[in-house]
Write a protein that binds this ligand. Sequence first.
Ligand code: PGA
Length: 249
Amino acid sequence: MATARRPLVAGNWKMNGLAAAVAELDKMIAGARDLSAVTDLMVCPPATLVAAFAARARGTPIAIGGQDCHAEPAGAFTGDISAEMLRDAGAVAVIVGHSERRTYHRETDADVRAKCSAAWRAGLTAILCVGETKNERLAGRTLEVVGTQLTGSVPPGAGAANLVIAYEPVWAIGSGLTPTVADVAEVHGFIRERLANLASADVRALYGGSVKPSNAKELMGVPNVDGALVGGASLTAADFLGIAGAYRR
Ligand code: PGA
């Protein structure tokens, strides 16, 4: 199905990467030039590397994002980072509501919604993650769960410029397992319908969970999939660029 939405392939480095990893970013930048005609590219390194990566990537096709932000702009929140700080460091986007944040930091839809609003306040695009657990899928509750997450975590005022949704089945993250093409199509079709009501029809919806160069073309070819949020395979330029290469004509 043809879409007017420009694809986005975003890498979520999670808690990986020391200063020397800038060499990998350099390789990504070198390989990104001919891909920028067909897809947007983003790398979300750990907070410690955001400023260095943003400085390195300035003026290149690779945008830099954060992985989480606090809802407040500043204050007594030891260890936290605000959306304004990410913006100040050169980020243009921030992931919110990743299932690892929802699980390990007990973030609720209300928390995610506040973080999304914080991202917008700072002028960042929010990459908002939703997705069901294995038990929820087995119980046939996938669409209900994703629908509740979308309704509960997308604030009013969402549009193509400030919001990207990432559908990431929790059981597919880091597991090497992926849903079938039909399952991805079903959920993305549902998300597309919800976005038409909740936000703008132009908001992009990415797929995430065990995306690799070998399955990227198939997954990126599913109707209403507008790109990928990539974890493990985004740590090396070869795999990240291999995934983005799915969009090469
Ligand atoms: P994965 O992670 O690609 O390593 O499965 C995806 C994510 O958590 O965003």
